[in-house]
Write a protein that binds this ligand. Structure first.
Ligand code: WT7
Length: 657
């Protein structure tokens, strides 16, 4: 076919990958499921009534007057309603006689270091922390930056803020002093809560020196509240106060005030692919409604018997919504793990599943592909028969990784729910329901009841089944971001300007012949090859479907003939040997799976891929390698040495045909 110039963006996104496998819900799960297929019809018939019913799961001190006030693109949910988020997450369960129920089984990284907090324990700890924050001058509406390891004091600090109505801004503990400072400044935080350090990869990893460096340039910060976790030496500054000095001596009684449903709950910064981080603002009533509803619906949570574990860091939205707010609002028992999956050995996750008899597991494709690479024999050593539902979030899950997860972790018995959402959406938007959906590996399937997502073409017209394009959300939803902190215009420009009257998340997607949704990655990553818009996700999935490949990343590199050409970086599975003809073998495999148009020009076998701290592949840096440019900004990489390892592989890069 004649090449078309790169930059022709009107071509629809290609729909190349065909998948025929289906996994029906287990009969027993379906028979007792929290949510049945009727929910879709109910929500479609009256969306607002559906969300009102979901809001009734919460305890309100004043009922709302108006369910939704929509002045596009600004939404207010449950207008006039009042509630306290911390009361909903903690106190009401104690008052209902469930104080002895475990809220968190916390597992430190050093073996044998664990702690159990019941809802009654959590109530006492949150009340003490609340009283301490009040003593430190924190009031409703103030911003509090939180920079902590995965220890129980992290959710306790968040809940104490929520109780007061102070706005927390949790900054992931892997961020640099510069990143922390810019976030403290943007939110104008007056208090920073941190720890001396946390355990990572078998040793204490300091946090306090980073805070010291950031706070030295933040005059607005009045105090730094420090938890002693590792016992590392810390330089005591004028602003520093120890958690054990100020929190431990407080009363464990505190009466929660009511806050407006639209009072802010938190800011969470998201960097996206480019530009200054955006402070995503979430409020209370709608956010808690949708996180609680979706946690119950998508995981089929049975609070009396389930043990739920989300492996994300609380520093990301997944941890906010599905370690802290959703599960606690539902009175669930959760596991929190401090460390990394390979410490002290590569079976650590499965050991934890076995120890706590975890029933619901929520993790990320990047972790799943790493486990695939490490080999099937590792999970096989553990008894994971307690598991009943598996979740995935953060990136498209390649069908092969999905099937591996289902078989090797879920014993071919547990439904896998691929959940699509974003920091901005606050809660899950598109996902199978484990008791309803006959799921397809790699597909997020359908918008949840009450959510109106669609795929549109360049002009904003809904694409037919079998078509690809841009994911959009047509109607406001309760846990949506309300704005970007301090920058309404950027909120409008970023999310509401691409398509008239629709929210644009920035992701490509397709509808298959049944109308089920497949996420295809960020539209910035789409490749234009000979006039075809090809998604990175589909080519990566094709590569991962080869038995020798554990993980793949593809990018479009400028090509004189085709506009862009596909360049692939692959990590082989533990058992596979690198051989001379592997590149040809994989190129042919992609051509066979997706068609000749998607055949990569180059395949490079690499030991690692560049990833952000939240585990997303940074294709921008791989594009630099593929186009022989000097490598761009690597400051957001989790491991900045990875790019050297990849560049070293370059001379062996083979360009064929
Ligand atoms: C972006 C949002 C949602 C919490 C963690 C990430 C990608 C997320 C999926 C999925 C395909 C996914 C999207 C989205 N993404 N989940 N199931 N399938 N892509 O939050 O850091 O705000 O990232 O992650 O590209 O836009 P985030």
């Amino acid at each position: 076919m004649a090449p078309e110039p790169a930059g022709n963006e009107t071509q629809a996104l290609s729909n190349l990958l065909k998948e025929n496998r289906r996994f029906a819900p287990p009969a027993e799960l379906a028979a007792a499921a929290n949510v049945t297929s009727a929910a879709y019809a109910e929500a479609a018939a009256d969306r607002l009534a559906f969300w009102e019913q979901a809001a009734d799961r919460l305890t309100w001190t004043k009922r709302w007057d108006t369910t939704l006030e929509w002045n596009p693109p600004f939404a207010k949910w449950f207008v006039g309603g009042e509630l306290n988020v911390a009361y909903n997450c903690v106190d009401r369960h104690v008052e209902a006689g469930r104080g002895d129920k475990v809220a968190y089984h916390w597992e430190g990284e050093p073996e044998g270091d664990s702690r159990t907090l019941t809802y009654a324990d959590l109530q006492r700890e949150v009340n003490k922390a609340t009283n301490a924050l009040l003593e430190l001058g924190v009031r409703k509406g103030d911003r509090v930056a939180v920079y902590m390891p995965m220890i129980p004091e992290l959710p306790i600090a968040m809940l104490a803020c929520a109780r007061i109505g102070a706005i927390h801004s949790v900054v992931f503990g892997g961020f640099s002093a510069t990143a922390l400072k810019s976030r403290i400044d943007d939110a104008d935080a007056k208090l920073v809560i941190t720890a001396d350090g946390g355990y990572r990869r078998g040793k204490p990893s300091a946090l306090k020196p980073t805070v010291d460096e950031a706070v030295a340039e933040c005059p607005q910060v009045e105090h730094v509240l420090v938890v002693r976790r590792t016992g590392q030496d810390v330089a005591a500054g004028d602003k520093d106060v120890w958690w054990h000095d100020v929190v431990d001596r407080q009363s464990d009684q505190h009466t929660a005030e009511s806050h407006d449903a639209e009072d802010p709950l938190y800011i969470l910064y998201t960097s996206g692919t480019t530009g200054r981080p955006k402070g995503i603002l979430h409020t209370t009533g709608g956010y808690l409604t949708q996180t609680a509803y979706t946690h119950d619906a998508v995981f089929d949570l049975k609070p009396d018997t389930d043990i739920y574990w989300c492996t994300a860091d609380i520093g990301w939205v997944t941890g906010h919504s599905y370690i802290v707010y959703g599960p606690l609002a539902n009175g669930a028992t959760s596991v929190i793990y401090e460390g990394t999956p390979d410490t002290p050995h590569r079976g650590r996750f499965w050991e934890i599943v076995q120890k706590y008899q975890v029933t619901l597991l929520y993790t990320a494709p990047t972790a799943i592909r790493t486990f695939m690479k490490w080999g099937d024999d590792i999970p096989a050593k553990y008894d994971m028969s307690s598991l009943r539902v598996l979740g995935s979030v953060g990136e498209p899950i390649n069908p092969e990784a999905y099937v591996w997860y289902r078989e090797h972790i879920g014993g071919d018995r547990c439904p896998v729910v691929d959940t699509w959402w974003q920091t901005e959406t606050g809660a899950i938007m598109i996902s199978p329901l484990p008791g309803v959906t006959a799921a397809k590996p790699g597909a997020a399937m359908r918008p949840l009841p009450g959510i109106s997502a669609d795929v549109v073409d360049d002009q904003g017209n809904s694409v037919p089944n079998g078509g690809g394009g841009f994911l959009v959300v047509r109607e406001p939803w309760p846990s949506m971001l309300r704005t970007i902190w301090g920058d309404d215009q950027r909120y409008i420009d970023t999310y509401w300007s691409r398509f008239e009257g629709m929210y644009f998340p920035g992701d490509g997607a397709k509808k298959d012949d049944d109308g089920d949704l497949w996420l295809l990655g960020r539209v910035d990553d789409v490749m234009l090859v000979s006039g075809h818009n090809i998604s990175t996700t589909e080519v990566e999935s094709a590569l991962v479907s080869h038995p020798k490949v554990a993980e793949a990343a593809v990018v479009g590199a400028t090509d004189p003939v085709t506009g862009q050409a596909i360049v692939s970086f692959v990590i082989l599975r533990g058992s596979a040997e690198e051989s001379d003809d592997i590149a040809a073998e994989l190129r042919n495999h992609v051509a066979k799976t997706l068609g000749p148009i998607a055949k990569p020009r180059q395949i490079l076998v690499v030991p690692e891929l560049p990833k952000t701290r939240s585990g997303k592949i940074m294709r921008r840096l791989l594009r630099d390698v593929a186009e022989n440019r000097s490598i761009g900004d690597v400051t957001t990489l989790a491991d900045s040495t990875v790019m050297n390892l990849i560049s070293e592989k370059l001379p062996s890069a083979k360009s064929e045909d």
